[in-house]
Design a protein around this ligand. Structure first.
Ligand code: ADP
Length: 312
């Protein structure tokens, strides 16, 4: 049975290379990564994924749309705003190979997604079985757009799966208290919370990982998945509301690049969960997907490198 998932967020243009030297151009963003991995892992099981965002009417924006389509994503929920551009980040690589990130995203089109009386996502929400957003999605939206998205979560949660992934980037928030308040509302409105323990600790400003874990275990979301890097994943779901079960991670001898570890986990987890697997089965598979991704460079690894995981 086909399941349709809407993923909302921001995908930016990426430039990587030496300052004032040669650079290669790509694109990326946490929610886009998740959308791509969800499509790859869910395709065999009939999962369709639409990416919701805003881009401009320039050729670079068209280039992004073309690439999302090539990745198998639907673009009917994308708004194109005349005169705006996608956000941009640059990964500057120094002589020692160390990477530093610079962002130009304040005027990005994605921030203006809700600056219209009805977005395509709001218009077509009833066509979707699931909605996925992250803490970065909420961070980049201005307050009015953020409220509209929280309203949409409330509207969809009675009949659809509403997933909130707690990616927390402090520079995107005016202060931590505001982020905490917004995250708390998102946790209350979601039906599934994907929680990276480190981000939760940073959000709460807690000294110890144990305190952050205890807090995460008290979250109001019916289904909570707590990711802890190489340590086993913890899950509590409506099938076992009073018990925390563990899902194993893979042993990875050489971690190459942890970019998109959590995003690829999310894609794998949701692909299996929406297809009817238990939370532990879905998390075990998500961990296999993430383990593969961290053994390659870049956020979105070549599909050929994970073909065996995509065959259902
Ligand atoms: P995030 O990328 O969101 O910060 P984590 O660091 O918790 O999240 O990692 C997400 C997933 O990536 C984990 O659940 C696990 O599957 C995988 N992972 C991350 N680091 C390792 C590691 N060193 N060994 C094996 N798996 C890992």
């Amino acid at each position: 049975m086909t399941q349709r998932v809407a993923v909302i967020g921001e995908c930016m243009l990426e430039l990587q290379g030496q300052a004032f030297g040669p650079m290669t151009q790509s694109y990326g963003g946490d929610t886009l990564n998740t959308a791509v991995y969800l499509r790859r892992c869910g395709r065999a099981g009939g999962i369709e994924v639409a990416y919701a965002t805003a881009v401009g009417d320039d050729s670079l924006s068209q280039g992004l749309l073309d690439r999302w389509t090539q990745q198998g994503l639907e673009t009917r929920l994308v708004r194109r705003i005349a005169g705006r551009h996608p956000g941009l980040y640059m990964i500057q690589v120094d002589e020692r190979g160390e990477r530093s990130f610079h962002y130009w995203r304040d005027t990005a089109a994605a921030k203006a997604y809700f600056e219209v009386s009805q977005t395509p996502l709001e218009q077509f929400a009833d066509d979707y079985d699931a909605l996925y957003l992250s803490g970065i999605t909420l961070a980049i939206l201005p307050p009015e757009g953020r409220e509209r998205l929280l309203d949409l979560m409330a509207r969809m949660r009675s009949r659809a799966t509403v997933v909130f992934d707690n990616n927390y980037r402090p520079p995107l928030w005016p202060d931590r208290q505001q982020a905490r308040d917004v995250f708390q509302r998102a946790f209350s409105l979601a039906t599934v919370a994907l929680v990276t323990a480190d981000d939760h600790q940073a959000l709460l400003g807690l000294e110890s990982p144990e305190a952050a874990l205890a807090h995460a275990k008290d979250l109001p979301t019916p289904e909570v998945v707590i990711k802890r890097g190489a340590a086993p994943t913890l899950v509590r779901s409506p099938e076992h509301p009073d018990r925390w079960l563990t899902a194993p991670t893979e042993t990875v001898a050489r971690v190459v690049d942890t970019t998109a570890a959590g995003d690829s986990f999310a894609g794998g987890y949701l692909a299996r969960r929406l297809a009817g697997a238990s939370a532990v089965e879905a998390a075990t598979y998500g961990n296999r997907v993430a383990a593969r991704v961290i053994q390659h460079h870049g956020a979105v690894i070549p599909a050929e490198a994970m073909q065996d995981l995509m065959e259902g």
